[in-house]
Design a protein around this ligand. Sequence first.
Ligand code: SF4
Length: 321
Amino acid sequence: MNKKILEVKGLKKYFPLGGFFSRKRGFLHAVNNVCFSITRGETLGLVGKSGSGKTTIGRVVLRLIEPTASEINLDGINLVKLNGREIQRTRRKMGVVFQDPKASLNPRMTVKEILHRPLAIHDFPKRERLDRILDVLESVGLEPGHLGRYPHEFSGDQQQRISVARAIILNPDLIVLDEPTSALDVSVQAKILNLLTDLQREFKLTYLFISHNLTVIQYICDWVAVMYLGKIVELTKNERFFEIMKHPYTISLLSAAPIPDPKRRYEEKILLAGEIPSPINPHPGCRFHPRCSHRMEVCKREQPDFTEVEKDHSVACYLYH
Ligand code: SF4
């Protein structure tokens, strides 16, 4: 049985509102009580609209921002309990690829310097560094002749390959991919997705894949978690994703996704009515209830538990309790 490489329990992230002298006080509940895990060699896709909290989860897992509460176990180490120096050491176990390669690569550094930096920070043996850089460069489809060039000399596709090379160079346990294809031309998105799939197969990489695009999620992920206003509302294995999804919000998302799948059962686009509730001090009930055509009295009062409705499929909705 494959090992769980990442386990996240009770993740909360609230951002305080207003300054010290401001009368306006309160918290923006960006992520509220989220739990999930990822098995080594698999990909979990976090999908949702902007503002659903998926990018915040990625940043908390990477410890780029502090959680309000959580337990985050990466290969048995609780990241939340680590101090600054320990976090720095543990960073070698995590890689990240951001949405915009142009913004995430230092324009004043050559490809060689970009790839050398993480090796130097984490004391990779000096004599092996150049070999490691050349190996990784070949894995992402670039050539030794590219080492002396600067990021602006590459196409968007090649720039994202450099970002991927930097993310895998220390052979991390987990890679967070935050919308890695959204800033690219449609014509090259598939190339990067194929590269990520090939690298995962070759090196048994584990991905947390964040995206608003259901088509991309369906293509690359083993598991799919659907987020709405800071909570996971549905989690299932990807192979049956489009056939079995049950949560009213997921069904509306699927109905709007342009997916050329003959088995797809959502023929008509579902337009959501009602106000999107504020994530600032949110009401106690189901966060989707103001927009849900199935809402009941209980939905306004209490949040539904996340319940396993069948094997490998959990839903937070009173319709399935
Ligand atoms: Fe709709 Fe109630 Fe289910 Fe929320 S819990 S999605 S309001 S039926």
